[in-house]
Design a protein around this ligand. Sequence first.
Ligand code: NAG
Length: 340
Amino acid sequence: MRKPKVGRMFLATCVGSFFILILYFQNISRSASEQISGWNSFSVKSGRSPLQTLQENDQLEQSAVQATLQGRRELLEETCRTHTRKRRVLGPEDLRHLIVDDKHKLLYCYVPKVACTNWKRVLMVLTGDGRYREPLAIPANEAHVAGNLRSLSEYSTAEINKRLRTYLKFVFVREPVERLVSAYRNKFTRSYNTAFHKRYGTKIIRRHRADPQAEALEKGNDVSFEEFVYYLVDPQTQREEPFNEHWERVHSLCHPCLIHYDVVGKYETLAQDSRYILKLAGAEGEVKFPATSKSTRTTGDMAAKFFDNISPFYQKKLFNLYRMDFLLFNYSVPAYLKLR
Ligand SMILES: *[C@@H]1O[C@H](CO)[C@@H](O)[C@H](O)[C@H]1NC(C)=O
């Protein structure tokens, strides 16, 4: 049980700024919703929100899946407590990655390279009023069209707070280095991704390749993983603009120390965690999470090969960039990384 932080609430009331208000309501939200759930366990079973169902389930005898998810939540909370010095305050900009399903009371923070296309497809089915039935029948590019799904940042402050307080909030994460290698392979080794080659590839080659050919400078289509790593660890990169979402850290995309996710799903247990969320949402009958059978999927063994020619110095720098994602989500350092 979290205790409401009286000091912060008082401060929020005094200052009363828009941004602080969001955090203020979120803190109340936790304790308020915990009270509501205790009350509801005596009420009729129908009409419960997924968040209430989760909280009730946690009080009853737990399944293995529930116990795992609770362990992840606790570890995340503990890591946030010990590793974040000063609590920053949430603003609407921080909520851009949160997708809203008002019908099922769900908030999903999407992380690229962690089955986000399939989760967006599933949410299009759930929010589409019968327009879509089968997730895989929705073209991938359509799933990413802004406007097909609603982002929490589009709502008013009061509406944002209400949803943060009462909806089931979930995110899916993945082993950080695998996710990064997956992003590299997808964006820099596929000839069709010309937009990424132009936007990022040309810059990476200009800055991080000695004696580049004119064609490479022009097309940006043959960035090596090594050059990509130099680009990521170069302090200038993040001084200019935030990382692209495909390689931005989950910590920065979804703010897991400010938004208290109810379920932290993992790519490594995608099918099981997705099924559990759809069950909490009472949506098992409406949609099935698509089974993934991609043989080109980036695995740990595959990721290891990309580090053969990266020096330990740069491996360590890269690890430090993604360190918070390792800690927050309990991933151990891959054995192939040389950190000393
Ligand atoms: C963290 O990971 C370790 C090993 O990978 C595992 O044994 C442990 O149960 C995990 N802890 C939580 C809370 O998930």
